[in-house]
Design a protein around this ligand. Structure first.
Ligand SMILES: [Zn+2]
Length: 65
């Protein structure tokens, strides 16, 4: 499996959250987050922000298309 650096993992994490990563890259990001001392907190924060954005988009209705 490819080893990711922190910057790369964080960059890819947003794509992972959006569901836009291949299975291989998603596994690499998850592997990094699971083994890195600093990335898990950041990753959780990204997931939280992302889920709030999604909730806001849903509650804002569909008029913007
Ligand atoms: Zn890291």
């Amino acid at each position: 499996m490819r080893e990711l650096g922190c910057a790369e993992a964080r960059d890819l994490a947003s794509d992972l959250i959006d569901g836009e990563l291949s299975a291989d890259l998603a596994a690499a990001v998850e592997h990094h987050v699971a083994n890195c001392p600093t990335c898990p907190a950041l990753y959780r924060a990204m997931v939280t922000v992302h889920s709030r954005l999604l909730a806001q988009r849903r509650s804002a209705g569909t008029s913007a298309g």
